[in-house]
Design a protein around this ligand. Sequence first.
Ligand code: AMP
Ligand code: GLY
Length: 447
Amino acid sequence: MKVLVVGKGGREHALAWKLAQSPQVEQLYAAPGNPGIAAHAQCLSDIRVDLDLSQRALLEVEILKLRDFAVAEGIDLTVVGPEAALAAGIVDRFQEAGLTIFGPTEAAARIECDKTFSKELMATIGVSTAAHQSFDDSASAIDYIRRQGAPIVIKAAGLAAGKGVIICRSEDEAITAVHDILDDGAFGQAGAQVVIEEFMEGEEASLFAICDGKNYINLVAAQDHKAIGEGDTGPNTGGMGAYAPAPVMTPTLVEQANKEIIEPVLAEMARRGSPYRGVLFCGLMLTKTGPRVVEFNCRFGDPESQVVLPLLRSDLVDLCLASARGDLSQAGPVELDTERAAVCVVMASDGYPGAYGTGRSIDGVDDTAGASDTDETIIFHAGTCLHADRLVTAGGRVLAVTAIAADISTAAQSAYSAIDRIHFEGAYWRRDIAYRALQRNQAQQPA
Ligand code: AMP
Ligand code: GLY
């Protein structure tokens, strides 16, 4: 079987790494891919299906180029990583050509890509989420902030790579954020409108469901670390590390989230004529009153995929095919690795999520293999490229170092020892990934 992965980040490296393990895959391609993905797949580096929606017209052209390639090459399955390609209709275009592709259609991808749509959807079916209001002029937004008080959350309504969210502890901070987004265009077109939300207090978790339009299968729940600084301080990023399983997401909470969130969403999307296929990623806030939705994503998480996929025992090809064909029962029983845990630490370029340098030489990536029967370390490439045969940095998030071991504490130690062997100028990583799970373990240990 010929399989194609769309994207070029750490998540897509994890997808390619997992797909390459399938005995069904004879040939793997990635567009555009990266040097890490190139170890598993042939990279079509000139097909730029990784563009974001600010370049939508160009992205649509690249999607058609990739579709032509997929038709000519006889690709049996395409797996899409990034939301922008989904929002730009890659699934629709591939399906029109009779190709099998894993992911939601443009209409279904609105669950992530159009926050107004997803809030309206949740309100219609009674899914619990933060109270909110949208504004496109700053005077009314500021008036609303003064009435609601702080803490309060300000979000750019469009896609901003996870960075368009500002948690404001004071009214002044919120007002500044509104001016930055609406009046000064801090997020460009993604900030033509702001969504102002109630602040929800609790611990977060990422719950994934592979969906076929009607039915779903959960993967292991994970926890991300969105903030740049230790102890979850400083501005939000795309995600600085993750671990799975997340002990905070107990089986009871998974069950509650399935019943109160995933099932009603799937039923409503189908009722509206845009059945949801692909991964539904529920970003949850586990509050005192139960799980509430922070946001939905229409794709795998990054860096959550780098811990969730290594803990999937089943063949990912079977799951993606069954979802894309609209019948998950074809996938057979799905097996998760319930005996081990995975921790991923992201190595970023200093300056990220603001401006950062690129082109810095990376050393030590090849000597961290260290796999044994029970433990494993995998270096996923997120923002790297080759420059005159040297591996160099090419993004804010550069590498995602995952370790898999018997428990979270051992996995975290292995991930950090792998990182100690990797060097590039200005490398930055959080030293406290998985701290919530580790604190929980300590609290549960007898004195
Ligand atoms: P989003 O891009 O909407 O997922 O937001 C990014 C991050 O901002 C979330 O993962 C939360 O950590 C935080 N956040 C977003 N909305 C809220 C909210 N209403 N209350 C508390 N935290 C939030
Ligand atoms: N790590 C969060 C996301 O992928 O949106």
